[in-house]
Design a protein around this ligand. Structure first.
Ligand SMILES: C[C@H](O)[C@H](C)C(=O)SCCNC(=O)CCNC(=O)[C@H](O)C(C)(C)COP(=O)([O-])OP(=O)([O-])OC[C@H]1O[C@@H](n2cnc3c(N)ncnc32)[C@H](O)[C@@H]1OP(=O)([O-])[O-]
Length: 667
């Protein structure tokens, strides 16, 4: 049986009842047959494809093929005997790891584990025929995996308990991995005929769950995100990206270093530029260390020969593309782009890593606005997968295609977004952070708010995340935007600014030099500067108590539900506004940005999907309630698009685009 690239069941069919003949009896019949069936695996054998290979009596695999049971990543479990056969074939520990992670394995690893009988560089099908001819005379009983006894470790309960704890730690509140463990337990304690029934029961508990819907939505949303379109009609599949062989990075701060590593490790030669010798030398040592550690981890040699470090922009005259990653200061960035215009050849693309400044303003100071685009990386840039490609109104489709393609080549999830303050991710982050600090004023603590968000599934609550990123980053942005200035009385900071409610607590924390992990103190305290073990700080509790008494705020008990609703509904509400403004092409793009850039839990689908699962009517009602309670917080006022969608009967998230008639879409 030749299996070239069987990706398993069609996930699009999961929206309704599975169609076609039931798989299990079909697979059981193949396994029970008297004729030897030899699987020739090429491409991928995933999910149902892998389970089909497991009922064959022998398995030959091409050395480039990949195998796996990724069902758990879709919120379900292998439902065609995979949880019963794989433990019988390779034992409980190895089977548990593959089934609860869903990771793909290479042909070599499959051979080593005992899953396949032979790896070949030749034609797997021809080899399988030879194998079958030799097997025809041999008894098949020992080749029928479901008839094997599962090799059982002596401490089965302890092993399953340990894996359960590990899964709960890694994916708080996620159902599918726990169900996988129960199914594998059945393989160890029941005959196949009973175990397969247990597998089916457990699949039924997952198949229609909200988490499975969310995870399957994420699978497609991630693939849709790369399909951008411009108002001109240019789009992802009719715009040819330029090939980038050489690049330059301006600025070797944290972001610049991560971007250099991201480019060099995919074979692009990089010239790194700094303004001072000491900064250049420090950055150089850090980059070399990062590349060497990365190469060691991947078992390859570090591509240091691709690197050049210089103080002179003149060295950039021949590069294909430049990414500016200097201090987040518009005047400085403009000077850099003016210089680059003079030095680089006319066809060189000029990109900026700004986290929210006006990309078109930078384009305007160059001689090539059509070759200017934002490439907003997320810290640490060599680890975080998200890349926001910010399309200025003058960015050409070729420039956008090149930035999107370069992001994919670096292993990023590239999302094309429009040009506005904060773009998509950081623009939405503002109401989310504001609600969290307002809740501090009203009676909550940083650790209570973080726990509620981490129980929801975020990798890190908003205050721990701020301590990691550095509180001085936001402080500088607020100063730049005029929210903090010499006219603000530090002894009695106003709680209304620019006509709306303003919480000065973050500024007060920064004024004490508490910038987070980097200073050892922030919203939490750490054992040393650079420490990561966050502990509640009594000084913050004192600050909150003094602050509330100074402003006459009577603290109240705040429920986790209110924390989740005010933070996440404010987040989604800004997402609706972004869709209205045409800054994001679709809700899926917003969700992908929050999944890959801000740690939104995949089993929640992202802020927009989550709002649709809660029910738009409920979201609207709660926003109206909170806005009535806090009329001086504009971002709590329900967006017109949210109201329109509710008025249209709250269509599913995949249908929202039909209701967005934005006249001036950036995309
Ligand atoms: C019974 C059994 O127990 C259970 C119940 C199951 O079997 S559940 C199902 C388990 N199987 C999976 O989880 C495998 C999921 N797929 C993948 O992991 C990857 O696709 C890939 C195979 C490793 C190839 O990656 P790629 O990077 O080369 O291409 P791509 O961009 O990802 O995919 C190329 C195009 O194919 C689409 N596609 C891929 N796999 C699909 C699938 N299983 N169902 C529907 N569409 C799929 C994808 O949406 C994209 O569409 P479009 O964007 O072109 O319109």
């Amino acid at each position: 049986m030749r299996m070239c690239s069987s990706a398993g069941a069609d996930i699009r069919e999961f929206a309704g009842p599975l169609r076609g003949p039931p798989l299990v009896p079909l697979l059981d019949a193949i396994e029970a047959g008297e004729k030897p069936v030899v699987a020739a695996i090429e491409g991928v054998a995933l999910g149902g494809g892998f389970e089909l290979a497991l009922v064959c009596h022998y398995r030959i695999v091409h050395f480039k093929a990949r195998l796996g049971l990724p069902e758990v990543t879709l919120g379900i479990l292998p439902a065609a005997g995979g949880t019963q056969r794989l433990p019988r074939l390779i034992g409980i520990p190895a089977a548990l790891e593959l089934i609860t992670t869903g990771r793909h394995i290479s042909a070599q690893e499959a051979l080593k584990l005992g899953i396949v009988d032979q790896v070949t560089e030749q034609n797997a099908c021809e080899l399988a025929v030879e194998f079958a001819l030799r097997a025809v005379a041999k008894p098949l009983s020992s080749r029928r995996v479901s008839m094997l006894t599962t090799p059982c470790p002596p401490d089965l309960d302890a092993l399953l308990e340990a894996v359960t704890m590990q899964v709960k730690r890694k994916a708080r509140g996620v159902m599918a991995p726990l169900a996988c463990i129960q199914a594998v337990r059945a393989a160890a304690t029941m005959p196949y005929s009973k175990g397969i029934k247990r597998e089916s029961e457990l699949m039924a508990t997952l198949f229609n769950s909200g988490q499975a819907r969310a995870l399957q939505y994420c699978f497609f949303a991630q693939r849709t995100a790369g399909k951008w379109t411009l108002p001109s009609g240019a789009q992802w599949n009719n715009s040819k990206p330029r090939e980038i062989r050489s690049a330059a990075i301006i600025g070797l701060g944290t972001m610049g270093r991560g971007i250099v590593v991201s480019l060099a490790r995919v074979g692009i030669s990089v010239i790194a530029v700094e303004s001072e010798k000491k900064l250049l030398e420090t950055g150089k040592q850090m980059v070399i260390g990062m590349l060497e550690r990365d190469a060691k981890r991947r078992g390859v040699s570090a591509s240091l020969n691709l690197l050049k470090f210089t103080l002179s922009l003149q060295d950039l005259k021949d590069v294909d593309l430049v990414i500016e990653a200097v201090f987040e200061d518009m005047a400085l960035k403009k000077r850099v782009f003016q210089e680059l215009s003079k030095v680089c050849r006319p066809a060189t693309l000029l990109c900026t890593n700004t986290s929210g400044l006006d990309v078109d303003a930078l384009a305007g100071v160059t001689d090539r606005p059509h070759l200017v685009v934002g490439m907003h990386f997320f810290s640490p840039a060599h680890v975080m997968k998200l890349l926001e490609v910010v399309c200025g109104p003058r960015s050409s489709s070729e420039t956008i295609a090149t930035a999107m393609s370069l992001g994919k080549r670096m292993g990023k999830v590239s999302v094309a977004v429009g040009n506005c303050p904060g773009f998509v991710g950081n623009r939405m982050l503002k109401p989310y952070l504001d609600q969290a600090t307002f809740l501090l004023e009203e009676g909550a603590t940083p650790e209570q708010i973080d726990k509620a968000l981490e129980d929801f599934g975020f990798a890190m609550g908003v205050f721990r995340m701020s301590d990691l990123a550095g509180l001085d980053v936001g402080w500088r942005v607020r100063k730049e935007s005029g929210l903090i200035g010499p006219d603000v009385d530090p002894k009695n900071p106003p709680r209304r600014r620019q006509g709306r409610r303003y919480c000065p607590i973050p500024d007060m924390v920064c004024e004490q030099g508490r910038f987070g992990q980097k200073t050892g103190r922030g919203w939490y305290m750490y054992d040393k500067p650079g420490g990561t073990n966050a502990k509640p700080d009594p000084l913050i509790q004192n600050l909150l108590e003094m602050y509330r008494s100074r402003y006459g705020i009577q603290p109240r008990n705040i429920s986790d539900q209110e924390i989740i609703e005010r933070c996440l509904f404010a987040l989604a509400n800004e997402g609706f506004r972004i869709l209205e403004d045409g800054i994001a092409a679709r809700p899926e793009d917003i969700d992908v940005i929050y999944l890959f850039g801000y740690g939104f839990p995949r089993h929640g689908g992202g802020p927009m999907f989550y709002a649709s699962m809660v029910g738009l009517e409920r979201v609207l009602e709660r926003l109206e309630h909170y806005h009535q309670a806090h009329p001086d917080v504009p971002h709590l006022e329900p967006s017109p698009l949210l109201k329109k969608l509710v008025a249209c009967g709250s269509p599913p998230v995949q249908k929202w685009r039909e209701h967005i008639k934005t006249m001036h879409s950036h995309l």
